[in-house]
Design a protein around this ligand. Structure first.
Ligand code: PMP
Ligand code: GLN
Length: 381
């Protein structure tokens, strides 16, 4: 697993956060908020600790969270989800890892939209499988329905759909999701959907692939409390699938983490049960931050596509003479006192069209975003 270097390199997020810490630059690299989420969520965790919810939770997760996830799928998407279809995990990351390790064999292919969240390729690699990308191209990064089928082969075991999408902020249209389901059916592939940004949609509407005809029998849906409730450090996520698959994935998960942070689970359940207005307020807060950073980066001279959702905007540095965003990202603390991440680790080396692109996180306090934009003005000169 460790290859010729004897180790797996640190993720780009860890590398860039370390760079920000070392240089004192503003960290718009790794996607974590620099503010706390809803008080009901934080209070519920403190209460759970005081009430003694401090030992191992049941294997599939705290009953309150299992119920809240099932209820959430019914309330938002009209899906008849039951608690037997839910498994709590250590963030979306463990849900992805346990699912991929459970079903992938060496030589299998995993179809992903590229750029992709870095963990997909890394975990596929741990399982001996390899990714086959469907390219999303600048400047819009919208998926092209006609490019989906050719990524599927007789070796395709799984397709991963991440909408709302990290790093592009694109929300996939229903016709894209329908085509994914059609291709997965044709090749008898498992669909894994990563919907950690489902509640952070600012333009358009999130359609869960679970609502598309034919998807649910071959689907593992993955969610997380970290992004929605600004609790990325709690690492509480979940997956929803058939009871049979939940049991199969649990058989792997029991040897990854066994169970997860007990008091945080009823707290995330309290978050999932917030009323519609509270969810609207969260999305409106993030939409304002997206606008602030988008306007600011454009005013500096960077090309920034509209992000419909999520925590991030992309920026093309070539207009300012930076053809290689990996070099730019390493020099940005010294040039402007800001950290972002290059898009290169989200794609294969052959994606030359992505080389000048960087990703900046807007899940930060408004004054921090304003300060970052002021500093980035230095690039103009
Ligand atoms: N999937 C995507 C698309 C992400 O952006 C992230 C990072 N938050 C994760 C999965 C991992 O989520 P978690 O922190 O819940 O493990
Ligand atoms: N998902 C977060 C991002 O895209 C970071 C998670 C991590 O550090 N692995 O920035």
């Amino acid at each position: 697993l460790l290859g010729s270097t004897g180790e797996i390199a640190p993720t780009i997020f860890a590398e860039m956060t370390a760079l920000a810490t070392r240089t004192g630059a503003i960290n718009l690299g790794q996607g974590f908020p620099d503010f706390d989420g809803p008080a009901v969520v934080l209070d519920a965790a403190q209460r759970a600790i005081r009430d003694g919810v401090n030992q191992y939770s049941p294997g599939r997760g705290h009953p309150e969270l299992l119920e809240a996830v099932a209820e959430h799928q019914r309330r938002w998407y009209g899906l008849g989800t039951t608690t037997a279809e839910v498994l709590v995990t250590a963030g979306a990351t463990e849900a992805l890892a346990a699912t991929m390790l459970a079903y992938l064999e060496p030589g299998d292919e995993v179809v992903v939209f590229e750029p992709y969240y870095d963990a997909y390729a890394a975990i596929a690699g741990l399982a001996g499988a390899r990714i086959v990308p469907i390219p999303l191209s600048p400047p819009t990064f919208e998926p092209d329905v006609d490019r989906i089928e050719r990524a599927f082969t007789s070796r395709t075991r799984m397709v991963i759909v991440n909408s709302p999408h990290n790093p592009t902020g694109v929300v996939f249209d229903e016709d894209v999701l329908r085509e994914v389901v059609r291709c997965a059916e044709r090749r008898d592939a498992l669909i894994v959907t990563d919907e950690v940004y489902e509640h952070l949609v600012y333009d358009g509407r999130h359609v869960p692939i679970a609502s598309i005809d034919g998807a649910r029998d071959r689907l593992v849906s993955i969610g997380s409390g970290g992004k929605t409730f600004s609790t990325t450090g709690w690492k509480v996520g979940w997956l929803v699938s058939t009871p049979e698959r939940v049991t199969q994935i649990l058989s792997v998960k029991q040897y990854l983490t066994f169970v997860n942070g007990a008091p945080f689970q009823p707290a995330i359940a309290a978050g999932l049960r917030m009323d519609d207005e509270a969810f609207d307020t969260l999305a409106a807060t993030f939409a304002r931050k997206r606008d602030l950073l988008t306007r600011g980066l454009r005013s500096v001279g960077l090309t920034v596509p509209d992000a419909q959702a999520g925590y991030f905007v992309l920026a093309d540095g070539s207009g300012l003479g930076f053809a290689n965003a990996t070099d730019l990202a390493r020099r940005l603390p010294e040039l402007a006192g800001v950290v972002g991440v290059p898009l290169a680790p989200f794609a294969r080396a052959s994606r030359h069209d992505l080389k000048p692109w960087m990703r900046f996180a807007f899940c930060k306090r408004d004054e921090v975003l304003r300060d970052a934009v002021d500093r980035l003005g230095a690039l103009r000169g």
